[in-house]
Design a protein around this ligand. Structure first.
Ligand code: FEO
Length: 399
């Protein structure tokens, strides 16, 4: 078991490492995840967040390496989702004198709904402070990033923002800091996390960023993954970009195919973007998980989706992706629907309707082709996409 780690003087990581978690409510976590909790030892002792219930014993053992758990004065619950609060009953039993600090009213409501009202609650709002002695904690509520109850805790003396879900990554590692793992890996996991968990709440993220903009932050200690200490500015800038609703001139082509005609069309759509100098990714739903596809969708202005007709509807893989996409609600994107059919274009038509319902701008008619696609038909698909991209002024250097 990993030992508690002192991340700053008298501030310890004491969380849980879930090495083999591979599915986080439908999101593939190929690198596992962590449930970070932090212990601050001052004149008063505070634990910031707990972890998922199966990791309660690990958490309490790590705390016991530093202090007697019974000496904890405050348990701060920044968020009530069970990956951070599942161990609360065990922790509160081990710390019977602790007050349970949470946001009001949402944090209190979530915790009472999950764990009852048998705790000594201390509710706080944005701007409220809690003195631990040499340091004072300040609370910043960050509603809908990504639940109504989300809150961050800031220690000015340490210049650490305990951000809970925000800025997290599903990344299990024996290292604890961004620079120990390397920025490309950490940022890729942060991007996947944002795309699959935070994306629907861009406006709320922008407000949360504004709320913390005035704080001097040397370290962001999230509730998942590694701690940002060398790349704080990078992750803040990435969140600003991701929440802006201003995608880059990139394209994603997502499809499934039965007898390769829709696949041929997908390749042609991708070639059209290449011709225009727009970076593109071609992603077959048979071999790419929808949560990985969302990482590619996050920065992409163009999202082309293809399905043949199967049993008078689109393929279930495509329907599942479009359902997931609509829930994550990317803003300001251009959609393109395409696909093949035998005797009824129901598949590609349903793709178009689903993209429209998800809020995509749909400037092209549905690119639907009957039976086998020929060179002339593929050229029509190609030219339609090239015309669209050039009309948008996205003609790149390779065109
Ligand atoms: Fe990591 Fe919203 O819980």
């Amino acid at each position: 078991m990993l030992k508690a780690i002192e991340i700053a003087p008298d501030v310890y990581w004491v969380g849980g490492v879930d090495w083999n978690e591979r599915n986080f409510h439908g999101y593939t976590t190929e690198r596992g995840t962590t449930y970070n909790a932090y212990l601050i030892v001052d004149e008063k002792i505070a634990l910031i967040d707990t972890c998922k219930a199966p990791f309660a014993d690990d958490l309490i053992a790590r705390i016991a390496d530093i202090v007697d758990p019974a000496s904890i004065d405050y348990v701060i619950a920044n968020h009530g989702e069970p990956d951070h609060s599942g161990a609360l009953p065990a922790v509160m039993a081990a710390a019977p004198n602790a007050q349970l600090v949470c946001g009001a009213p949402q944090g209190l409501g979530v915790l009472k709904a999950h764990y009852g009202d048998g705790f000594d609650f201390l509710t706080v709002k944005t701007g409220d402070t809690l003195s631990l002695g040499r340091r004072t904690l300040t609370f910043v509520q960050t509603p809908m990033v990504h639940w109504p109850d989300n809150m961050a805790t800031y220690s000015e003396a340490d210049r650490i923002l305990f951000s809970n879900d925000a800025f997290g990554q599903h990344l299990a590692t024996s290292k604890h800091f961004d620079d120990e793992v390397g920025l490309p890996e950490v940022m890729a996991q942060a991007q996947k996390y944002y795309a699959n968990i935070v994306m629907p709440y861009g406006r709320q993220v922008a407000r949360a960023l504004d709320a913390v903009a005035g704080l001097a932050v040397a370290m962001i200690a999230p509730a998942h993954g590694v701690i940002w200490r060398s790349h704080v500015a990078d992750i803040l800038a990435a969140y600003r970009t991701w929440c802006s609703g201003e995608p880059e001139d990139r394209a994603v082509v997502v499809y499934d195919s039965m007898w390769h005609t829709t696949e041929l069309m997908a390749r042609e759509v991708a070639e059209a973007f290449v011709e225009c100098g727009v970076p593109v990714r071609l992603l077959d739903l048979k071999v790419n998980h929808i949560s990985d596809i969302m990482s590619a969708v996050l920065p992409a202005r163009y999202v082309a989706v293809g399905s043949p007709t199967l049993n008078m509807t689109m393929m279930p893989t495509v329907a599942g992706f479009l359902c997931y996409l609509r829930g994550l609600a990317p803003k300001g994107r251009v959609g393109i629907a395409f696909g093949s059919y035998g005797w009824a274009p129901a598949g590609p038509d349903e793709v178009a309707a689903a993209l429209e319902a998800a809020g995509f701008e749909m400037p092209l008619p549905t690119l639907a082709r009957q039976w086998r696609e020929d060179a002339e038909g593929l050229a029509e698909v190609h030219d339609a996409v090239v015309s669209l991209v050039r009309a948008n002024g996205d003609e790149g250097p390779m065109a």
